[in-house]
Ligand binder design. Structure first.
Ligand code: G3I
Length: 405
C-alpha cells in the first residue's frame, strides 16, 4: 500500500472520527470513503481521536502511578512466557503490581486427576510475584470452562458438592494469606440461556443448582479469610440491550448473595473491549451501573482489560483508536471510588490471547495491550498512565509486597 494511500485512509479514518465529533468532513477517495463509512458506525462514542493527547509526565511505571493513587495495576501472564522470556519477565516486574496466572489456576491445569493437584506452575508464579513485591491473584475457582477431561465422567449429582468443596478448600487453602483476591465464580450469568435468574446452564448449575455459587463463596471464605472474594464476569461494559440485560441479572445475583450474608467483596469486570464496540459505549449508563454495584458495599475490579480492533489501517491510526477506547473507559471507571484495580489481560502484544481467537488476514500483529511485541511502551501505556495520573486518590488497600491490611 503506497504512503499516499495510507495517508488518505488514515485521514479518512480520522476524518470519520472527527466528523462524528463535529469537526467537519472533507472530500475523500472511494476506498477511503468505504473505510470512513465503516468507521462511521463504529466510532460514534469515541471523541475526536485526532486531537486526543496521550502525553504523560515522567517515566514512572504503571504499578507506581497506580499505587500513588491507592490503586493496583497489573496483568495476567502465562507460565511459559514468564519463565522462558527474560525480557518479558523483567518488563512485567517493572510495570505490574499484581500478577494473575492466565490459566495455571484453572481446573484443567491444576488437577491432572480427581485426586491429584499440581501446584508446581502456580507456585512458581506465586514466588515470582512475591519476589518482585507484587500481589498475587487467583483466577478462577469455579468456571464452566477449562474443566479437565476426567470431569464429565467422574463428577455427578451425588459427589459434585464434595468435589467442589474439596477443590476450593485445597486450592484456596494452599494460598491462604498469600492471595490478594480470588475470582471465586467466573461468568455464571448468561441471559441467552433464558432462565429467570439469568444463570448460565453450566455443569455446576446442572449438578448443584443455583446454590453452587453460595457454596463456592462460603467455602473460599473459610479456606482463606484474607483474600478478597470476587464474582467475575464479562460483557458488562457496553450498553447494547444484551449488556443492559446482563447488568440487571448480575446486580440481582449480587443483591441476592449480599442479602444472604454470603462473603463476597467485589465484582470483577473483565472489560474485553473493542474499537468497533465503542458505538455502544455509554459513559452515563456505565457510571450508573458502577454506582449500583458500589451501593451494595462491593468493590469493583477491572480484571481482564484489553481492546481488540479489526481495521487494516496503519499502526499509528490503530494505536490512536485503541488508546482512545482505554482513555474513555478508564476515565469513567476510575471516577467511581469503588474501583480499586486495573488488570490487563496480558501485558505485551507478543502474548495476547486475541492472536489465537481474533486472527485477521490483513493484520500482521494485534495491538491490544500496553507494551508492543518488542516490550516497548505504546499509546495504550500512555492512556493507562494518564488515567492513573488523573484518577482521584483512593484509600490505600494494601502495602505493596503482597501483604495487605
Ligand atoms: O500450558 C498448556 C501447555 O503446557 C500445553 O502444551 C497446551 C496444550 O494445549 O495447553 C496449554 O494450556 C493452554 C493455556 O491457555 C495456557 O496457554 C490451554 O490449552 C488453553 O485452553 C488456555 O486458553 C486460555 C483460556 O482462557 C481457557 O482457559 C487462554 O490462554 C486465556 O487467555 C483465556 O482467558 C479467559 C479467562 O480465563 C476468562 N475470561 C475470558 C478469557 C479469554 O478467553
Amino acid at each position: 500500500m503506497t504512503k499516499n494511500h495510507i495517508r488518505i485512509k488514515r485521514r479518512s479514518f480520522l476524518v470519520g472520527l472527527g466528523a462524528l465529533a463535529g469537526v467537519g468532513a472533507c472530500t475523500i477517495s472511494s476506498k477511503a470513503k468505504q473505510v470512513n463509512d465503516q468507521t462511521q458506525t463504529t466510532q460514534a462514542q469515541i471523541t475526536n481521536v485526532k486531537n486526543q493527547k496521550f502525553s504523560v509526565t515522567g517515566e514512572a511505571p504503571l504499578r507506581d502511578r497506580a499505587a500513588k493513587k491507592g490503586l493496583i495495576f497489573g496483568a495476567s501472564a502465562r507460565y511459559n512466557n514468564l519463565f522462558q522470556d527474560s525480557k518479558y519477565a523483567a518488563r512485567f516486574a517493572q510495570e505490574c503490581g499484581v500478577l494473575v496466572p492466565g490459566s495455571e489456576l484453572k481446573w484443567n491445569l491444576l488437577r491432572p486427576s480427581l485426586d491429584d493437584f499440581d501446584f508446581s506452575k502456580s507456585d512458581r508464579m506465586a514466588e515470582f510475584a512475591r519476589s518482585h513485591k507484587m500481589l498475587f491473584r487467583g483466577h478462577t475457582l469455579v468456571w464452566h470452562a477449562a474443566l479437565p477431561k476426567w470431569f464429565e465422567n467422574r463428577v455427578n449429582r451425588q459427589n459434585a458438592e464434595q468435589v467442589l468443596v474439596k477443590h476450593i478448600k485445597t486450592v484456596a487453602g494452599h494460598y491462604a494469606g498469600k492471595m490478594h483476591s480470588w475470582d471465586v465464580v467466573n461468568e455464571a450469568i448468561k441471559v441467552a440461556d433464558k432462565r429467570s435468574d439469568g444463570l448460565r446452564k453450566s455443569p455446576w448449575l446442572k449438578l448443584l443448582g443455583p446454590d453452587y455459587i453460595e457454596i463456592a463463596f462460603r467455602t473460599a471464605a473459610a479456606a482463606d479469610p484474607k483474600a478478597l472474594l470476587v464474582y467475575n464476569d464479562h460483557r458488562l461494559e457496553y450498553s447494547k440491550s444484551e449488556n443492559e440485560a446482563k447488568r440487571t441479572k448480575v446486580l440481582k445475583l449480587l443483591e441476592g448473595l449480599k442479602s444472604k450474608g454470603v462473603p463476597i467483596h467485589a465484582l470483577g469486570m473483565q472489560a474485553h473491549l473493542g474499537v468497533d464496540a465503542s458505538k455502544n459505549f455509554n459513559p452515563q449508563k456505565l457510571s450508573d451501573f458502577l454506582k449500583d454495584v458500589a451501593s451494595l458495599g462491593l468493590k469493583i475490579m477491572i480484571t481482564e482489560l484489553d481492546v481488540s480492533e479489526k481495521h487494516d489501517l496503519d499502526i499509528a491510526t490503530r494505536d490512536q483508536a485503541i488508546a482512545s477506547v482505554y482513555k474513555d473507559f478508564l476515565s469513567v471507571m476510575l471516577d467511581e471510588p469503588a474501583v480499586t484495580t486495573v488488570i490487563t489481560w496480558g501485558l505485551s502484544d507478543r502474548y495476547t490471547w486475541l492472536s489465537k481467537t481474533k486472527k485477521r488476514p490483513n493484520i500482521q500483529e494485534l495491538r491490544p495491550l500496553p507494551l508492543d511485541a518488542q516490550m516497548q511502551r505504546k499509546l495504550v501505556w500512555n492512556a493507562i498512565a494518564q488515567a492513573f495520573d488523573n484518577a482521584p486518590m483512593r484509600k490505600v488497600e494494601y502495602e505493596g509486597d503482597g501483604a495487605f491490611s
